[in-house]
Design a protein around this ligand. Structure first.
Ligand code: ZN
Length: 309
């Protein structure tokens, strides 16, 4: 079989779970990760190396990384807030780690307690640490530019700020830049324009992925806009788990089930078996009975005659 066109990076075990209060038992998380990998998902962000007292929902990240590393062919990703977290991630043998760099400096100070200059310094220290590892032990190191499409504190984010920070982060030594619509404020025109200008500024191969939220229902439209500009890695969350703490009732990340359905309907390949993927949702329903799950495909079912790839 030819290599799939699009990489779906499932972020539910990290982004989804960090935004709900329920703590999902480790055994259920393992079942989820295992089942989703069996459905053909090739990359999963399994947690975040933040102090457990700040985010008890993700306190078992090290154990989940070790477990996930035993799954053949799965790229195991995590979020790291700083050098300390990156060292923990490396010690566990992650394949990929991302650090969020908020384009809104106010958000950066409130979220990670760091200015842009301090964050760039941290990114440089992480990149230096990674470079000292033997080549085969180096995880892919990405800087995710969060609030790139708008901030709930600062409002409109000037695009020149995004470009400048993308250049600074690469210059500090990361492998790649990602664009994150943390607030879901982005629209398709903006996504097209920003992806195009960041690619022009830092090079086509240094921006391949986006992290979009569906807060205003524009997640899939924004995804399509990103695809048309050459983006090939899309973050999404099973059942859109997580919601948005700042907007009660609003969904969280793009729903993985709906995203895979759209891509397959368009003739793009993800390597994911949709029927198996839909069954993974049962694990979430069982383990998190109080949480709302989103998605159109799970309710409507596959259209008559739809051929899953
Ligand atoms: Zn997010």
């Amino acid at each position: 079989m030819a290599e799939p066109n699009i990489l779906i990076s499932e972020v539910g075990p990290r982004d989804g779970l960090q935004n709900i209060n329920t703590i999902m038992p480790t055994a259920d998380k393992k079942r989820w990760i295992q089942a989703q990998a069996e459905a053909g998902v090739r990359e999963i962000e399994v947690g975040s190396f933040v102090p457990a007292k700040l985010m008890p929902q993700l306190a078992d990240t090290a154990e989940l990384v070790k477990f996930s590393k035993t799954i053949d062919g799965l790229s195991v990703a995590v979020l790291v807030p700083n050098l300390r977290g990156a060292k923990d991630a490396v010690a566990c043998g992650v394949d990929k780690m991302s650090i969020p760099l908020s384009v809104s400096e106010t958000h950066s100070q409130r979220n990670l307690n760091r200015t842009h200059d301090q964050m760039i310094k941290e990114i440089r220290s992480i990149a230096d640490m990674v470079r000292q590892l033997p080549v085969e032990g180096r995880p892919h190191f990405e800087v995710g530019l969060s609030t790139a499409f708008g901030c709930s504190i600062e409002g409109v984010i000037d695009e020149s700020k995004v470009l400048r920070l993308a250049e600074r982060a690469l210059e500090a030594g990361c492998d790649e830049i990602g664009l994150s619509d943390t607030t879901g404020y982005g629209n398709p025109t903006q996504v097209k324009r920003l992806v195009r200008s960041v690619k022009q500024a830092v090079g086509h191969n240094n921006l391949t992925g986006v992290h979009l939220h569906n807060t205003y229902g524009l997640g899939l439209a924004n995804t399509l806009a990103a695809l048309e500009e050459g983006i090939v890695t899309i973050d999404s969350s099973l059942g859109g788990l997580g919601g948005c703490p700042a907007a009660p009732g609003a969904s969280g990340n793009i729903v993985t089930e709906d995203l895979v359905f759209m891509l397959q309907a368009m003739g793009l390949t993800t390597g994911i078996d949709l029927s198996l993927l839909l069954r993974v949702r049962d694990i979430l329903t069982e383990a998190l009975p109080k949480e709302t799950l989103y998605g159109f495909l799970p309710n409507a079912g596959l259209p008559e005659g739809f051929v899953t790839v």
